[in-house]
Structure formats: structure tokens, C-alpha cells
Design a protein around this ligand. Structure first.
Ligand code: COA
Length: 212
């Protein structure tokens, strides 16, 4: 996760490192996550970004990484579903409990990953076993204020690592053209388009698979 808080309490996204073209010094590129009339994208030497500053005689980091905890489970209980329901509602515009729970009649072995930031569940990824060797990544979303921070990528890595450890050799997923960000994320992570489901009641679905 790439979320940092400046010691004056403003949040920033760490974008990455760049070289100063004249001095070759490492520079950090970072972006405001609030309205700043002076600009959105900023740069400062890496040493400064990660240094401590004196505040009232106490040394504190100029920028402090906001920690994220990833919690996973195969025991998808009602309280965990209550935790992810608001993320589903905000990611997809609705929360249809009946539809959601109906999946649990068709499949047995589920794996749920939830990302927590400062006591708030901000993202999840949920899938289930299709066959002994194949896992299906069913549903995922990140709360809008926490997008663009690498959280979906972190959850996907976590899910894939778990799948490999379980002995699955293939992972499948489905998405729609309207979910562009997810499509890009899947392609970037090695999924191939393997077909189109034109009969889905929710509209055309793109079928993707990845060899683990
Ligand atoms: C799709 C979604 C989960 C991505 O979450 P996220 O935490 O913002 O994604 P990340 O920050 O981890 O991005 C990882 C990669 O995904 C791709 N990506 C994410 N957002 C993107 C955007 N707005 N435009 C283009 N690519 C994007 C990029 O490849 C990105 O890597 P990069 O930052 O190195 O370029 C989030 O946008 C979401 O919840 N969307 C609504 C729900 C949804 O579409 N769910 C999937 C339905 S199948």
C-alpha cells in the first residue's frame, strides 16, 4: 500500500522513485490526496522524504507509512459478510444479499481476503474452489477513497500466493467491459482472455484465466 501521512497530518500517495537528471540523486514522486491549489504532484529528495523532523523537541518521520493489514479466512461467516457488504455496495452501487448468499449454495470452499486500514475494512477479494486444481476469483472491490494505492494488487498477490500453496494450478475470473480498472489489473497480472459469456443476465462477461 502506498498511503503516507505527512507530519502535518495530510495524506499522500507515494508514486515512485525517480533520478534527478543532473545529480542522479534519488527523488520521491508523491501526490496529494486532498485539494491543494498549488499542485497535485510533488517531488523531493528521497533522503528528505524518509527523514525525521524535530517537532517540539521530538524526532518524528516527515512522512509515515499508513499500515495496512491483510486478514484472510476460509470461514466466511455472516459477520465477515457484514464487513464486506458496504464495500460491495460502494463498489458496485448495490448490495443484494439474496444474490450474494445464493453463491454459497453452489460452492463449498471459499477464500476471503480483507484489507484493513486503521480499523476500517477498505477492500476485499473473494473466491471459491471450482475443481481440485482450479480456483475462481469471484468478487472484489476497493472503497473509492482508497483506490490507486496498490491495495487491489496486494490482495491479488495474497490470493494467488494462497492458491499456489493450496495446490491450485489455474485461477479463473470474469469481468465486464465497464470494469476497466479490473480488466487492466487482471491483464497486467498475467490473465489471458479465454472467452466471452454472452448469455449472462448482467450483460456480456469476459472470461479470463491464469496459470499459477
Ligand atoms: C478494480 C479495483 C478493485 C482496483 O483497485 P485499486 O486498489 O485502486 O487498484 P491498485 O491501486 O491495486 O492498482 C493495481 C493496478 O490496476 C490497474 N488499475 C487500477 N486502477 C486503474 C485505473 N483507474 N486506470 C487504469 N488502470 C488501473 C493498474 O494496472 C494498476 O497498477 P499501476 O498502479 O502500477 O498502474 C477498484 O477500482 C474497484 O474496486 N473498482 C470497482 C469494483 C470492480 O470493478 N470490481 C471488479 C469487478 S469484476
Amino acid at each position: 500500500m502506498k498511503l503516507y501521512r505527512h507530519y502535518k497530518n495530510k495524506p499522500y500517495t507515494y508514486v515512485g522513485l525517480a533520478k534527478h537528471s543532473e545529480t542522479l540523486e534519488d527523488m520521491v514522486i508523491y501526490e496529494t490526496r486532498y485539494e491543494n491549489a498549488l499542485g497535485k504532484v510533488w517531488v523531493r529528495p528521497k533522503t528528505m522524504f524518509f527523514e525525521t523532523v524535530d517537532v517540539g523537541g521530538v524526532q518524528i518521520p516527515r512522512f509515515k507509512k499508513i499500515p495496512m493489514e491483510i486478514v484472510d479466512t476460509t470461514d466466511v461467516t455472516a459477520d465477515k459478510i457484514d464487513t464486506v457488504a458496504p464495500i460491495i455496495e460502494r463498489s458496485f452501487g448495490q448490495w443484494d444479499a439474496k444474490w450474494f448468499y445464493s453463491k454459497f449454495n453452489d460452492h463449498q470452499k471459499f477464500f476471503l481476503v480483507i484489507a484493513w486500514v486503521q480499523g476500517q475494512a477498505v477492500a476485499f477479494k473473494l473466491g471459491y474452489e471450482r475443481t481440485e486444481k482450479k480456483f475462481h476469483s469471484w468478487l472484489g472491490g476497493v472503497t473509492p477513497e482508497f483506490r490507486g494505492l496498490g491495495i487491489a494488487q496486494d490482495l491479488m498477490n495474497h490470493q494467488h500466493d494462497w492458491c499456489k500453496a493450496q495446490g491450485y494450478t489455474k485461477i479463473s475470473t470474469k469481468t465486464q467491459n465497464r470494469f476497466r480498472e479490473m480488466l487492466v489489473l487482471n491483464i497486467k497480472n498475467g490473465f489471458n482472455v479465454v472467452g466471452i459469456d454472452s448469455d449472462s443476465p448482467d450483460g456480456e462477461k469476459i472470461l479470463l484465466e491464469k496459470i499459477l
